[in-house]
Design a protein around this ligand. Structure first.
Ligand SMILES: *Cc1c(COP(=O)(O)O)cnc(C)c1O
Length: 483
C-alpha cells in the first residue's frame, strides 16, 4: 500500500509522494503530512546502525517515497549524498560521513550539516530535491520554472541544487546590494544557462511581493509552469529526517540510549523533521527549539500562546536565517499536537491568517507538548558573540552565529548521560562580521572558495515591478524553447 499524504486542514484529497513533490500548499491552504508516520522498530534500528549516509537515506526515504521504484530512488540518493558534493568538512572530520559528528566534550556534539556547496544546512534537502525534481519532470515530460525571493541562504541553496538540471529554470529575486558580499558572489558567480539572478531595486519585501503577484496570477502560473521550492515542501522535510538518524547512531553505542538535539530554528522546518524522526521511533529525549531575538517559537513553548508578528516587527539580527516571525512549518507540529483534529486546526489557523494570536492552552492541548519532548529558549547578539568566543577558547572550534544560538540554548538542557547534539546549520565563513567581533579575526574559509568574490558575476538588475518580471520570464522561456 502506497503512503498517502493528507492536508493538515483536512479538506484536500490524499496524494502520494510524487504527486505532492512539485507543489507547495495543499489546495485547502494546509500543509501535507503522511496519513501516519512509518514506524522503525528496535530491530529496524539495529539493522540501521552501521549504515552509511546513503544507506540510511534510502532506509528512511523509501518509506516516504514508496511510489518511486526503489532502484530509481536509490540511484537518486546515491548521486546526491557524495563526498564530492558535501566536500567542505572541517579539518579532522570526514567528508565521507556527509554529516560528520564533531565532539566538543564527552556528551556534547556538533552535527555538521553545512558541508554542502552553499555552506548551510539547506543543501542537505535541496540537493536531493534538485535530483528528485529532474527525475519527476522527465517522467511527466514536463518543465518547471522556479520563481523565488531570497535574502541569502534559501536562494543560493536552490540555485546550487537546480543548476544544470534538465527541464528546470530558476528565477531568483534578491534585493540589489543587500546581501553579504560572500552570499552575492556565491549566487551571482553561477554561469549555468538555467539560472537567472535578478537583483531587484528594492528591499526583500519588494522581491516577495513580486513573487506573490506571480503566484496570484493563476493564468500566468499555469501557462509558464511556475513553481517554488519553499520551506513547506514535504520533500525537504523528509530529506531532513535522515540526519537525525545519522546523528543518533554516531553519538551512541546502543539503541537503548537516548540523545537530545538542539536546533537553531526559524521556519520550524529543521526541528519539524526531528519531531517526525522521534514519532518514527528514533530514541530522542528532547528537541530543543533555539531561536534568536525573533522568539515567536520560544514564546509558544514557554506560554502555550502562538502570536505570529507582522514582518515590520521582525528584527534584523546577526543570525539572519532565523529572522522569522511566522514559522511556516509550525502548522505541521500543531496538527500532531491536536492529534490530527483538522477542524480545530483550521479554526486556529484562520486566526493566524488574520494576524491573531492562538491560545493552545484550552482543553489541555498545550499540556501535551511535554509528551513530544519539545522545549525551547532564545538567544541574543551578545549571547552569540560570547558563545562563539567560549567555543573557541574551550574547544578550539569556530562556530557560526546560528549554531551559536543552538549551542547557547542547548547547554541549558544538558543532562548527565544524555548526549546533546547541536545541529551546525552554517559554516562561520559565511558570517565574517560576527566572527570578527567575537574572535578579532576572520574564520578560515574552505580553500576551494578562496577567490569567490573575484569570479565574474552574472545577474540582471530589475525594477521592483511584477510586470517586468513576467515579461522577463516570458522572454527567457520562449527564447530557450526556440533553441
Ligand atoms: C534556514 C536556516 C535556519 C532555520 O531553519 P528552519 O528550518 O527555518 O527552522 C537556521 N540556520 C541556518 C543557517 C539556516 O540557513
Amino acid at each position: 500500500m502506497v503512503m498517502q499524504y493528507i492536508s493538515t486542514r483536512g479538506g484536500s484529497p490524499s496524494q502520494n509522494f510524487s504527486q505532492i513533490l512539485l507543489g507547495g500548499l495543499a489546495p485547502d491552504g494546509g500543509l501535507y503530512l503522511p496519513e501516519s508516520y512509518p514506524q522503525f522498530s528496535k530491530s529496524d534500528l539495529d539493522a540501521m546502525r552501521g549504515m552509511n549516509y546513503r544507506e540510511l537515506a534510502f532506509a528512511v526515504l523509501s518509506r516516504f517515497a514508496d511510489d518511486i521504484p526503489p532502484d530509481d530512488l536509490r540511484a537518486l540518493i546515491d548521486r546526491t549524498y557524495t563526498a564530492s558534493t558535501f566536500a567542505y568538512a572541517r579539518d579532522g572530520d570526514s567528508a565521507e560521513d556527509i554529516t560528520p559528528l564533531h565532539r566538543l566534550a564527552p556528551d556534547l556534539f556538533l552535527l555538521a550539516l553545512s558541508n554542502g556547496p552553499t555552506l548551510a544546512f539547506k543543501d542537505m534537502a535541496m540537493q536531493l530535491l534538485g535530483n528528485l525534481f529532474e527525475y519527476a519532470l522527465a517522467k511527466q515530460h514536463a518543465e518547471l520554472n522556479i520563481v523565488g525571493a531570497t535574502s541569502g541562504d534559501t536562494g543560493s541553496a536552490a540555485e546550487y541544487a537546480m543548476r544544470g538540471k534538465r527541464g528546470i529554470r530558476v528565477f531568483m529575486l534578491s534585493p540589489l546590494g543587500k546581501m553579504s558580499r560572500f552570499q552575492t558572489a556565491q549566487m551571482f558567480s553561477l554561469q549555468d544557462a538555467n539560472i537567472f539572478n535578478l537583483a531587484v531595486e528594492g528591499v526583500f519585501d519588494d522581491c516577495q511581493d513580486m513573487v506573490k503577484a506571480i503566484s496570484n496570477d493563476l493564468g500566468f502560473k499555469q501557462r509558464y509552469h511556475i513553481g517554488a521550492v519553499n520551506s513547506i515542501n514535504w520533500g525537504r522535510i523528509a530529506a531532513q529526517v535522515v540526519y537525525y538518524f545519522k546523528g543518533y547512531f554516531a553519538a551512541t553505542r546502543s539503541n537503548d540510549e537516548k540523545v537530545s538535539f538542539s536546533v537553531p530554528s526559524g521556519n520550524f522546518g529543521n526541528v519539524c523533521a526531528g519531531h517526525i524522526a522521534r514519532m518514527m521511533g528514533l530514541p530522542i529525549h528532547r528537541l530543543v527549539v533555539a531561536t534568536n531575538e525573533n522568539d515567536v517559537l520560544d514564546e509558544f513553548f514557554s506560554t502555550g500562546i502562538y502570536r505570529p508578528r507582522p514582518s515590520a516587527q521582525t528584527l534584523h539580527t546577526s543570525s539572519p536565517s532565523m529572522d522569522i516571525s511566522k514559522a511556516s512549518n509550525f502548522e505541521r507540529f500543531v496538527a500532531d499536537l491536536l492529534e490530527r483534529d483538522s477542524a480545530s486546526l483550521s479554526r486556529f489557523w484562520r486566526q493566524v491568517e488574520l494576524g491573531q494570536a492562538v491560545d493552545l492552552r484550552e482543553n489541555g492541548v498545550f499540556d501535551r507538548v511535554a509528551d513530544y519532548g519539545l522545549v525551547s529558549g532564545s538567544n541574543t547578539h551578545a549571547g552569540r558573540v560570547a558563545t562563539i568566543r567560549a567555543t573557541w577558547d574551550k574547544y578550539a572550534t569556530v562556530i557560526d552565529p546560528h549554531t551559536a544560538d543552538g549551542l547557547a540554548v542547548g547547554l541549558a538542557y544538558t543532562e548527565p548521560g544524555i548526549p546533546m547534539i547541536v545541529l551546525e546549520t552554517a559554516q562561520p565563513a559565511k558570517f565574517d562580521d560576527t566572527i570578527h567581533e567575537a574572535l578579532g579575526r576572520a574564520s578560515d574559509r574552505p580553500a576551494a572558495l578562496a577567490g569567490l568574490e573575484a569570479l565574474p558575476q552574472r545577474f540582471e538588475v530589475m525594477p521592483a515591478d511584477a510586470g517586468r518580471l513576467k515579461q522577463y520570464i516570458q522572454t527567457q522561456t520562449s527564447s530557450m524553447e526556440n533553441k
